[in-house]
Unconditional design. Structure first.
Length: 211
């Protein structure tokens, strides 16, 4: 009887040890995964500048290559649809957060000579160039990542912003001359057109969109 009890206790001890070892390694794997180096270096068209995302370096715009590049404009900049460079000026999406930790997107304007940054358009997003070369922007909307239809804080922000139209579904599509920064044409697009953005706005010339 004592032998059986000893064997049973030994089995329990072995199970506890195996569970402990498994738990230890599981925690270590998660820790290693969390501390895995993240480093993206995306070139900006027609320049020697790049957008950097990293947990090893400060996020922002860098001058030079990915090894020896120097930070020239800190910030969280987008590269989803690229950053547009024209005549010494870069138009680029910049992501910021409000005091309530709500994600916002605005279009920043960066002068390459001196790297002076200013806000070109608030609550807006650069989507690329159309077939005739104009920049195509989307504005007047709330960031989808913030779940605007169910997030009361985001809706409250939208109601307080003069550029956001919370009463309509869609966004304002604007065509901008990249040389002067002037808006050449704007049209309100509902969500169906926005879902086909590339087809409707980017793959055609400005004149075709107007027509």
């Amino acid at each position: 009887m004592k032998g059986e009890k000893f064997t049973f206790n030994s089995l329990i001890l072995v199970v506890i040890l195996i569970t402990g070892i498994f738990f230890f390694f599981s925690v270590k794997v998660v820790e290693v995964a969390e501390h895995t180096a993240e480093f993206e270096f995306i070139p900006i068209e027609g320049t020697d500048l790049s957008v950097c995302y990293s947990n090893l370096r400060t996020n922002g715009i860098y001058s030079g290559d990915r090894v020896t590049g120097e930070l020239v404009v800190p910030g969280d900049f987008g590269h989803d649809w690229g950053a547009a460079a024209e005549d010494g000026v870069i138009y680029i999406n910049e992501y910021t957060r409000t005091s309530l930790n709500l994600m916002k997107c605005r279009i920043a304007k960066v002068e390459i000579d001196g790297f002076r940054k200013s806000v070109y358009m608030d609550d807006a997003m650069l989507r690329g160039r159309c077939a005739s070369g104009e920049l195509v922007l989307l504005s007047g909307f709330l960031m989808p990542s913030g779940y605007p239809k169910t997030n009361p804080l985001l809706m409250l922000y939208g109601m307080s912003s003069p550029t956001v139209r919370t009463d309509e579904d869609g966004g304002l599509v604007s065509f901008v001359d990249p040389k002067t920064g002037s808006v050449l044409y704007s049209v309100w697009a509902d969500s169906n057109l926005i879902d086909r953005f590339d087809e409707v706005f980017l793959s055609r010339t400005l004149e075709e969109v107007k027509g």
